[in-house]
Ligand binder design. Structure first.
Ligand SMILES: NC(=O)c1ccc[n+]([C@@H]2O[C@H](COP(=O)([O-])OP(=O)(O)OC[C@H]3O[C@@H](n4cnc5c(N)ncnc54)[C@H](OP(=O)(O)O)[C@@H]3O)[C@@H](O)[C@H]2O)c1
Length: 324
């Protein structure tokens, strides 16, 4: 794998698609923080940060403050993509927008293809023509047909998805790199952390169910290398400054089951291990229809990114300590 080198600083406008999403909201916050730091060092003003979402009602979760530190634009993709790019003229893009729920992709494969394949392909084509830097967000679910080897799938492993979500995300990766080989395709694992009270992600969804008095069913036979969402966002923003063509894995160092992660989340809220386990229903994949095929072990090996980036990719204990 080639080493990553730092790109020279230029006047920048940073576009973050899907800025209202679980991940995107943290990416906007991280891009704003970077812009504020760089504004005092390199340019009179740091890069302008522009965030795209579909609906103004969902804009600016509470950690995206100050709200006016980023400009927010409503755009439905793919329909509004060209107009969005013409208006913003970004010099760098982090593409977070996606049809991200596996069951939605299974139910509407044509829509999944339009959003997860066509949009990133067109975005990369525009970036190639206009000389813009692109970090495209993908997923560990491009794997799954076979279990991860010990240490996790490296960037050199051959993807083999099992769901429509995984297939469209993989095709999206390929469309991006075909149009813009210099783009970085950042594969993320299961994300957890603060969703601004929206019950999104692998920890807030558990906490929300427990607060409602439910016992979340969590898989004891599904293994991931989860990452705290603000850490993922910081790493994605840092990648903008690297010449890092091709695929990069960003993931935590711990391989844990969904159930194990749920126990750790509740322990981080002050419950004992016994109390935490009592709140959850250990479940096997075969016992629950989740609306889409689910792989057993898509653990990622993120050794290369962990060594190259200054943003930390924390394990579960350190990641949860950042959240609660
Ligand atoms: N969450 C995870 O654990 C995880 C793990 C691995 C990879 N990822 C990847 O990370 C990225 C973000 O995921 P997420 O969990 O943050 O998803 P999310 O919470 O569902 O957010 C998706 C974002 O995309 C926007 N969007 C969806 N369809 C759109 C359309 N047709 N036009 C315009 N905007 C659209 C949504 O806008 P609205 O709010 O306006 O609907 C929202 O801002 C995705 O690429 C996903 O594949 C996520």
């Amino acid at each position: 794998m080639p080493c990553w080198s730092t790109l020279p600083g230029v006047e920048r406008t940073t576009l973050i698609t899907g800025g209202s999403g679980f991940l995107g909201a943290h990416v906007v916050a991280a891009a704003v923080a970077r812009s504020q730091v760089e504004g005092t060092l390199a340019e009179p003003q740091g890069p302008l940060v522009v965030a795209q979402s579909r609906s103004s009602a969902l804009l600016a979760p509470r950690f995206c403050s100050p709200r006016d530190a980023a400009q927010w634009i409503e755009a439905d993709l793919p329909g509004d993509l060209e107009a969005l790019l013409d208006r913003v003229q970004p010099t760098e893009i982090i593409h977070c927008a996606a049809l991200s729920r596996a069951a939605d992709c299974e139910a509407d494969p044509a829509r999944a293809r339009a959003v997860n394949v066509d949009v990133p392909g067109q975005l990369a084509g525009w970036a190639a023509t206009h000389g813009a830097r692109l970090v495209h967000v993908s997923t560990d679910l491009v794997f799954g047909a076979s279990d991860a080897p010990e240490g996790g799938f490296s960037e050199a492993a051959v993807p083999a998805p099992v769901s429509e979500y995984g297939r469209t995300k993989l095709e999206g990766e390929r469309a991006v790199l075909a149009a813009l080989p210099a783009a970085t395709v950042a594969r993320l694992p299961l994300l957890y952390g603060d969703s601004a009270g929206r019950g999104l992600g692998a920890s807030d969804s558990v906490l929300e169910q427990v607060e409602r008095g439910e016992r979340p069913r969590l898989f004891v036979d599904e293994w991931r290398t989860p990452l705290e969402v603000s850490s993922a966002a910081a790493a994605l923003v840092e990648l903008l400054d690297f010449d890092a063509p091709g695929v990069a894995h960003l993931a935590g160092p711990d391989r844990v089951s969904r159930h194990g992660l749920g126990v750790a989340v509740l322990e981080s809220m002050g419950l004992s291990r016994d109390e935490a386990e009592a709140e959850l229903l250990p479940t096997h994949q075969a016992d629950l229809d989740a609306g889409a095929p689910r792989p057993r072990d898509v653990s990622l090996d993120a050794t290369r990114a962990a060594a190259a980036l200054s943003a930390e990719l924390p394990g579960v204990a350190a990641g949860l300590a950042r959240v609660h």
